[in-house]
Design a protein around this ligand. Structure first.
Ligand code: ADP
Ligand code: MG
Length: 262
């Protein structure tokens, strides 16, 4: 088998925010290689640099030192080539736009033709199971459906890389379980590469092919776990010994990172 291409490659990546009082070392010597088709979760306590790392990939923050490439390009080149879709923690849908008009917005900005836009919106809504809700306004949908609409918006221009920052963090566990299953199916169907931030150990283990455990002050990677679980995962895989073993290793990694502070 040939080696899959690197979608995100970070070497000794550092980012220091120059705050007023003292510099904040948000990322310190991060080394990571994300391959095409990977589902990578970033897990760690608040402030360990998870959002910062996604923002560096997306060219929303500039690294201080080290190297990072996205699809073999600089983050700026990748952004201009529309290499990624970004799903924020809150759905961030405009309340005065219908669901289809919300999804259309980035396509309008990118100058997609009207008929192409309609086709892409229909496909994206189908992928997230929201066909039939085109004309609804965000406030007419549940929290889970709103988050699915924001995923559809990130999917509509068909980037190979999806960056998701705690997309299901605000949802209850039952809805989250359902969306986790749906996201895995979507990933399997579209062959995208996904970088996913979460606070939840079961969510990270259930979804990922690779789990990146991080710790704060300075923000750094303490463990990278390549999951031995099969790509096809029914929810009850969470009760298997293999699953629990990985969850245990993640918990140990988080604990080791925590004790560093004291
Ligand atoms: P996480 O997403 O893991 O909670 P962040 O990447 O948001 O962590 O933040 C990492 C660290 O950088 C935190 O200590 C945070 O307070 C700090 N930070 C984030 N953004 C800025 C900024 N724009 N200016 C200064 N410090 C920041
Ligand atoms: Mg964050």
């Amino acid at each position: 088998m040939t080696q899959a291409a690197s979608v995100v490659s970070a070497k000794d990546l550092c980012l220091t925010y120059q705050a007023n009082d003292a510099p904040v070392h948000a990322l310190s010597n991060v080394n990571l290689d994300v391959k095409k088709g990977d589902f990578v979760s970033f897990i760690g306590p608040s402030g360990c640099g998870k959002t910062t790392f996604l923002r560096v990939i997306a060219d929303l923050e500039k690294k201080t030192s080290g190297t990072i490439t996205v699809n073999g390009m600089t983050p700026e080149e990748a952004r201009k080539a529309r290499a990624y879709g970004y799903v924020f923690q809150a759905p961030a849908l405009y309340p005065w736009r219908t669901i289809e008009k919300n999804i259309a917005l980035p396509l309008e900005i990118m100058n997609y033709a009207a008929d192409d836009r309609q086709k892409r919106i229909a496909e994206a809504l189908d992928l997230v199971g929201l066909t039939g809700f085109e004309k609804k306004f965000p406030w007419q949908l549940s929290g889970g459906m709103q988050q699915r609409a924001s995923i559809a918006r990130a999917l509509a221009f068909d980037a190979d890389l999806l960056l998701m920052d705690e997309p299901f963090g605000a949802l209850d566990e039952i809805v989250r379980d359902h969306l986790n299953e749906e996201l895995l199916k979507l990933w399997a169907r579209t062959d995208k590469t996904i970088c996913f931030v979460t606070h939840s150990i079961p969510e990270a283990v259930y979804l990922s092919t690779k789990i990146v455990v991080m710790s704060p002050r300075p923000g750094r990677v303490t463990d990278i776990i390549d999951s031995p679980l099969p790509r096809e995962r029914p929810l009850d895989i969470r009760e298997t010994p293999e699953f629990l073993e990985i969850a245990h290793r993640v918990r140990e990694g988080l604990r080791a990172g925590h004790s560093y502070e004291h």
